[in-house]
Design a protein. Structure first.
Lengths: 393, 380, 393, 380
């Protein structure tokens, strides 16, 4: 057992760190991390400018084969990059990038890989996600959006929801039902396409007034058969490949760790009743417990990644990684607000708001992150079924 | 004298509740709540007038001063309903500022203000907390210095609810820096139009109209002092006990809404071919929310009953506020989780409660500070 | 709303308190409460001597009609007695007394009431419980013990488990299947009888070495038809009447409150690193939080009892009352051990063990109390189904 | 030098694990665990001998002293297995007392003791804690005073594991009361048969053979000092770091058993016509236990790796001990709950783990004290 990285990995980490530290300086005022990228024009411009630099350095696709624009590194290098970028809150990886890339890498045809991956590696695509529907959330396989063959195309009709970032996107991936007679998971197909006529978005405003999510109305949207990833009716597995990858995301814990460090700094510098918060035993205990939690979350993410390098199926581990970090971040945000007391509820825009109101924003965002992309409950189910072999009922 | 145990609300209280619920459902729907969240004034004159006509602002004002003469439990019933409705109005502020007038106001002050409060013609805001962000006497550093013409007030108040709408601020100021803080504080009502007074709004998670209020040589006549010189803190302490229990009542109302609506949603929302309320996990989430709220509720009612009777309540108020704050926070967190994505949006009402629960937690005593107070009260 | 008791109730509370304070002085060394009554001869003798005095005062059956030996008081008086006795850890109420009494009062014939209740009021009966079976625990309705009619008797065969206190008992109540063709809950009958030939007990030793539970082997045990409580095949409802009553038991919270007070006293008197534990902010917070919890549990128990006085169905409230207090007591025991550090794990028998090792015993007992008589999970189900109207699946 | 990340155990470690698991399954079944819980000696000579033959006591002893020369991770692997098996033996005690000998023992001492330890001929017990019940230097008040013939030790040690079986006690004593405690402590090995030494057993929740050890003018020769006069505390501190991480490994082994057996039980036990493992509640309980244990485990391995490399580990040892203690406690609590009644009895093995988890929690640092240490280490 060896926790030390290779000299090459350490070198890469230093490169990533130097880059991200520099880019972080350019962040708009009150920047709280990637979830703010889509919200404002300023945030979006920042995101795009960072992503273009990252793409130019080849860091978007470190572990891809070189023929598709990748660098031929291992998953560990990719993880280090995700960790560093998230820690510095640099919006370095486009939304849904990992999900789509994993689907194409695992299920795409050679032709599709050559068509899509280099463009993605160059950060030329901004994806919107067309998975959930009003009546297919946790139960995604209940989706009713249909795709019907018509010549060389499929014609898609239906409604999607939680289409995050759609208002900034130029492409969309859609999971649609291509065979209503097959069992629920088996009749779905995974489409990718440029957004065009037949797709309309309506903003779905988050509780903190942010615009990240949308509803998507799909009306006779035509997609060429060439743009089916994987086989017809194999869409569920293409989607799961991406989701499992996304679930192991170390960025949750890395971003939270940085937020914790901000809170620690606040406690060191803030007095209450003549005593620094950091000297109060109760607060010391709480902060130390979070330090432990983030240490555990990061170590566990490396463990998951290590298993991936060995080709192990990590569906359960990835689910554990994801729900643990999401629940942790939510707890951190709520505890930070509590420690900050009356100041903790102030929003940005006031000089009195610590960290421009970051923690109260996080307490709202995080309440969504324990839901989005697989609720805590669904992830625990995945662990129970896939990891522990418990019966599905 | 001997009591006769009865854990029901009175018939009159039930009527008050029903009336309030109907009124708010009709006059203050959630669409209006959203509108008022964006409204800088935090105040709708027409609705305020109707609330006065229903006797709400006069609820705790004695009949001699044109009020209803209700008790503290009556107030709790009403606040449960305003909490459930997410009412945006300076009602809570005005009500808690009524207590010092009742407790320590001169007959003249009562005669001037109480009928006007009851009639909805006077809005009050409590200017107590400061950048020290504490509810202790030591946290009050704003000073009022005696001059020929009255008192000159200087200092910065922070987290002042409804100052933007108030006719008068109830300002808590230090009048003696030699004595311990508890013995050197006085109360003043300050005309909101006074020269030197500056009100700057503070945006918050709950959009609940907090303000920074700067007193820059604000002159107030001597007659504006409420109670004795340097005798203000005991009055504030009693105000805070009542405010913290009153805030708990708002939280009960909000939490009731959350639990009821989650149950209803769990019965309707179908996933995996069944209502999600048939899944054990969702059942246990809801059973726990219901149980925790059911337990916390009685801490609040008990504290309210003590206040109603004029009995000491420091320990019980701290007990209620510590627990109810955490239960409300947890209920709203699980409420969003049970609803899933839709609960995180501005299109659904759950987020209103989620944000208010986080706002209510530090008000009038955080759980930590309440537990510390309780520890002190039980001799630890 | 009025939280004050009537003068009569206050007077009763004073009587109960004076009695229990006095009786508590006679407790054997290291006495930790009612669960220890059956374990040793000394404990059993103490229990019996207290119970006889309680019976003589008429306090076992305060709310029963006078014709059956009761006092005609309300449930509140009964609750006060339970609270006071539990608080002083006086084993004043025989095990299963409330359960059987509730079943007989609600479902017994006039003849049965006259036969059984006065004897119970005089504390002449020590009950053993014959409900759970090895394959019917949480799913009690799965029980397979059979009772087959034979002349004026039923002949019972099967195996019961968790027969608490059986080795001290002289009577037993048994839920047995009398009609295998009816739906599961509907084919059960509730029998009461003196223990006799055909009943054998085997000790089932608790993890802390205590002997409270037993296995019971029933082999052609004959019970007269006269000893069926309620109607044939109505046994489930007779049993539930008792269980619901038992679930509202205030003694859980009252006993725990007293344990908390012991812990508080310990913290006031014990120094660590030159500082009294009670002055440490972390410990102050924990103790205060428990004070809040017990206050809530007691107030809630009165609320449940109040609803009962009004004739309301309190199945959900009683379940909430029970699981809340049981979980609370378990947390208290574990926290107490933690606060006591290395001393917390010492068992009685050493001069170094605080409170004769009470809290580590409680940490073991309490792990069983969140299971016995309805697990926390089953109680939450009852709340969900009965109280919240959620679908049973 | 540069590493090469690898989160697997080595082939040799996997063999060590399998061998240990097989050996313990055969030689130390749970029936024997129960027997040994009732046995005052805490010690079975025949099994101890076989353990020595397997090289366990010599695992961390260098080859020059007839040991195996294994590293700290090797030890963790073995302790996971002893923890899983609930081994009752003075193995942990002897092993942690081996560290000071390695760190600070003279060549003579090493030559005498290490081969005997490796051969299973020497049982050691750590006499560190006292009625002060703390792991700080200030908690050590037992004093050793220099005399002509050696040192006279006086004081009471408490919570001393395995003193009843030990040939020697490793006694931590104050040799200078003028200096700060960290600079006035020395280590002695004390013959268990010494005059003035009294050992009284302390019954515990885990039946883990703790003792009160009274030193009443116990004379030890000067040559029995390990390391420098007044230089003992840094040695003890390093011992404690390793002991706390080692204790975590035992807990991992126990928790693994609990999770595995609960999963197996949940698949077999039928209630309401289905295996209970098909109910969402049970699934979520188990998923959470598995996740928490999975996370805590890596804190322990990381700390173990630092110790293996001889790197500073104060922060990481505290991190691991704080978290693993709580995870084990929670796992065993849920383990009993999932099993239901049978899990609370002496007939089922779950209770063995439930009791051990509660015993392990305060050993070598409670979660609170570990978090406080961590807070200190990160500059709070």
């Amino acid at each position: 057992m060896d926790f030390e990285f290779t000299p090459e990995q350490e070198e890469k980490r230093e490169d990533f760190t130097a880059f991200c530290k520099e880019e972080a300086k350019r962040a708009p005022e009150g920047w709280i991390g990637g979830m703010a990228a889509e919200e404002t024009d300023e945030g979006w411009a920042y995101h795009r400018s960072v992503v273009e630099k990252v793409a130019a350095k080849g860091w978007l696709c470190l572990p891809w084969p070189k023929e598709y624009g990748g660098q031929g590194h291992g998953p560990i290098e990719q993880l280090i990059f995700s960790e560093v970028a998230a820690y510095y809150r640099v919006p370095a990886i486009p939304m849904h990038f990992m999900t789509v890339a994993a689907g194409i890498l695992m299920y795409g045809s050679e032709e599709q890989k050559k068509e899509w991956l280099p463009k993605m590696a160059r950060a030329e695509i901004n994806w919107a996600e067309g998975l959930s529907e009003p009546n297919a959330g946790s139960d995604l396989a209940a989706l009713t959006t249909t795709a019907i063959a018509d010549g060389d195309d499929y014609v898609i009709n239906g409604q999607k929801v939680w289409t995050s970032g759609a208002h900034r996107a130029d492409h969309i991936f859609i999971l649609a039902r291509t065979d209503p007679n097959l069992p629920r998971h088996k009749g779905l197909t995974f489409f990718v396409n440029r957004i065009g006529p037949g797709i309309e978005f309506r903003p779905l405003i988050f509780m903190n007034r942010s615009h990240l999510y949308n509803e998507t109305f799909i009306d006779d949207f035509r997609v060429s058969k060439r743009n089916i990833i994987g086989k017809l009716n194999q869409g569920w597995y293409v989607m799961m490949a991406g989701r499992n990858f996304a679930r192991a995301n170390i960025s949750l814990a890395a971003a939270g760790k940085r937020d914790l460090e901000d809170l620690i700094e606040y406690c060191k510098q803030t007095q209450e009743g003549g005593e620094f918060l950091a000297k109060k035993p109760l607060i010391r205990q709480r902060l130390a417990d979070f330090v432990i939690d983030y240490e555990a979350a990061l170590k566990f993410a490396y463990h998951v990644c290590w298993l991936q390098t060995k080709g192990k199926d990590v569906a359960a581990e990835a689910a554990a990684c994801g729900y643990y970090a999401n629940e942790l971040n939510l707890r951190l945000a709520n505890t930070a607000m509590e420690i900050m007391g009356l100041y903790g509820t102030l929003k940005g825009g006031s000089k009195w708001a610590p960290f421009c109101g970051k923690f109260q924003e996080l307490s709202q965002w995080s309440s969504g992150f324990t839901i989005a992309g697989g609720t805590t409950e669904i992830r625990k189910n995945v662990i129970a079924w896939t990891g522990l072999g418990l019966p599905r009922d | 004298m001997g009591g006769s145990m009865n854990l029901d609300f009175t018939e009159e209280q039930e009527i008050l509740r029903r009336t309030a619920r109907d009124f708010l459902a009709k006059e203050f729907p959630k669409t209006l709540v959203r509108e008022m969240e964006e409204d800088a004034s935090g105040f709708r004159a027409d609705i305020w007038k109707k609330m006065a006509e229903l006797g709400w602002m006069g609820l705790i004002v004695p009949e001699d001063y044109d009020g209803i003469g209700g008790g503290f439990i009556d107030l709790l019933v009403l606040l449960e309903e305003t909490g459930r409705a997410c009412l945006v109005a300076p009602f809570f502020s005005t009500t808690i500022c009524t207590f010092p007038l009742l407790d320590a106001g001169s007959e003249d002050q009562k005669k001037i203000f109480l009928p006007r409060i009851a009639a909805g013609e006077e809005i009050f805001a409590l200017a107590l907390t400061e950048p020290t962000a504490s509810y202790d006497a030591a946290g009050v550093t704003t000073k009022a210095t005696g001059e020929k013409k009255g008192y000159l007030i200087n200092g910065t108040k922070l987290f002042v609810h409804d100052a933007q709408a108030a006719h008068h601020l109830l300002c808590v100021a230090r009048t003696n820096f030699q004595s311990p803080p508890e013995e050197g504080i006085s109360l003043f009502f300050v005309d909101a139009g006074s020269q030197g007074l500056k009100v700057v709004s503070l945006p918050t998670i709950a959009d609940d109209k907090q303000n920074e209020v700067v007193f820059d040589n604000v002159l107030v006549p001597e007659g504006n002092m409420i109670g004795e010189l340097n005798g203000g803190w005991p009055v504030v302490r009693r105000l805070l006990e009542r405010a913290s229990v009153a805030k708990c009542a708002e939280m009960i109302g909000g939490a009731d809404w959350v639990v009821e609506n989650c149950i209803a949603y769990a019965k309707e929302r179908v996933q995996f071919g069944k209502p999600i309320g048939s899944f054990g996990i969702i059942q246990h989430y809801l059973a726990q929310m219901w149980t925790e709220l059911g337990h916390a509720r009685w801490l609040v009612y008990y504290a309210g009953w003590l206040l109603d009777r004029g009995l000491p309540c420091a320990r019980e108020a701290a007990t209620a506020k510590a627990r109810m704050s955490e239960v409300y926070r947890h209920c709203t967190r699980m409420g969003v989780q049970i609803l899933g994505g839709i609960g995180t949006t501005r299109e659904h009402d759950m987020g209103l409660y989620y944000r208010r629960a986080r706002q209510a937690l530090p008000l009038f005593g955080s759980p930590d500070s309440c537990r510390e107070k309780l520890a002190h009260e039980i001799g630890l």
